[in-house]
Design a protein around this ligand. Structure first.
Ligand SMILES: [Zn+2]
Length: 145
């Protein structure tokens, strides 16, 4: 079952909370598709799960929620920080030779960089959005969008 409805964005919602198309670079009108899919339960029964997809009316790309992206990036960054700190503790306290510390820190940083690659796309979209947002603010001469 697929229900499509066209959504126009209400203007009383803050810009950051509106769905944004990263392709068109605007809060374009979008199509809200609610699709229910049948999934198997662990007991062998099935249940239906509703999936909501918002697609830009103009370019058919999926709309993004910048706030969700920012939380995701923040979460990954916190995880990276924790990993980096706890791994550094291991290097500092468990290994007796200071010479290994530099290698250890280099290794930690490498791991963290690898994990952060997962957020590369998100970070790209957020920085694109920020530029667009600054531009919007200037264009509309309104600092509390
Ligand atoms: Zn679009």
């Amino acid at each position: 079952m697929l229900i499509d409805e066209v959504q126009n964005i209400s203007l009383d919602v803050k810009l950051i909370e509106r769905p944004w198309c990263s392709h068109c670079e605007e809060n374009s009108a979008y199509i809200n598709s609610t699709n229910s899919v049948q999934r198997a339960d662990l007991d062998g029964r099935s249940y239906s799960e509703v999936i909501e997809i918002r697609k830009c009316k103009k370019c058919d790309n999926e709309m993004v929620f910048i706030k969700d992206f920012q939380y995701f990036i923040l979460g990954i960054n916190l995880v990276c920080l924790l990993i980096w700190l706890s791994m550094s503790m291991v290097w500092i306290y468990l290994l007796p030779f200071q010479a290994y510390l530099l290698i250890g820190i280099f290794f930690n940083t490498l791991i963290v960089c690898l994990i952060r690659l997962f957020t590369r796309k998100h970070r790209g979209v957020v920085s694109k959005w920020k530029k667009w947002y600054e531009f919007e603010k200037i264009m509309k001469n309104n600092s509390n969008l």
